[in-house]
Design a protein around this ligand. Sequence first.
Ligand SMILES: [Zn+2]
Length: 305
Amino acid sequence: MRQIQHLALLFAFVIALGACNSPTTSTDKPQVVATTSIVADVTRYLCGSFADVTSLMGPGVDPHLYKASHSDIGLLSNADVIVYNGLHLEGKMSDVLHKLSSQKTVIALSDGLDKTEIRAINADADVYDPHFWFDVDLWSKGVQHLSSVLIERFPAHAAEIRVNTRRFQHEADSIQSQCKALVSALPRDKRILITSHDAFYYFGSSFEFTVKGLQGISTLSESGLKDVTDMVNYIIDNEVKAVFVENSVPQKALRSVIDGCSAKGHEVVIGGELFSDALGADRTPEGSYLGMIHYNVETIVNALK
Ligand SMILES: [Zn+2]
């Protein structure tokens, strides 16, 4: 009898353990999967508490190089809605996203933009600069598009999504004004932003900076010796005092630029780490999209003034 009681207890324990480990039984909320941490942040903002939003890529992950893992495919297949940046930012996930778009709602924030508003790298080959989150106004258009499709997909939550969208746009306007005020303290000739890869074009056009990245718009192409030499000469000619590493890109190539400058008698420092293609850790200011924009502007202005 005692043995049967033990067995019954063990059985109950195993069932309870199974329930804890099973992702499908934890919630009956709609499941939304976002690719990058930046996309996930705005998706959470709009959805509020009615949906569970999961980010495939965590802090510091480079989306240009990211491949969907086996467990990612499971998450994407089970999702009610998938949200991604677009313009080939998630270049190695294009096939998966394309396939799933015939089965479920798959939303690209870039579909909210007109091609005339974005930077064409090679329009004939459909290559555009994907880093448009660095222009808060352009990103807001992407967010508006996301909002419209979410409302269509979840009409019962339309009012909540609309309120959250308005709150986001209001907060985005406020952060943009604060950032413009910070930048205005920096003379125009000191507004030269040098980073590891060419992610800050939209930042430059928004805040009137000259922007140079050592690597191209994707981290897939590595910088060569000539790129390093050209950058060293540019820094010396323009008396640039600081360059910036990025959280999602290795620092090695930019360090060779710093060494190159030093060898020619020009000291240039690392002005800080910028958050380019991924947010910072959760529960830090740079762990949210708007916090990250403000953090980057503050870091750049403080290092260059
Ligand atoms: Zn990038």
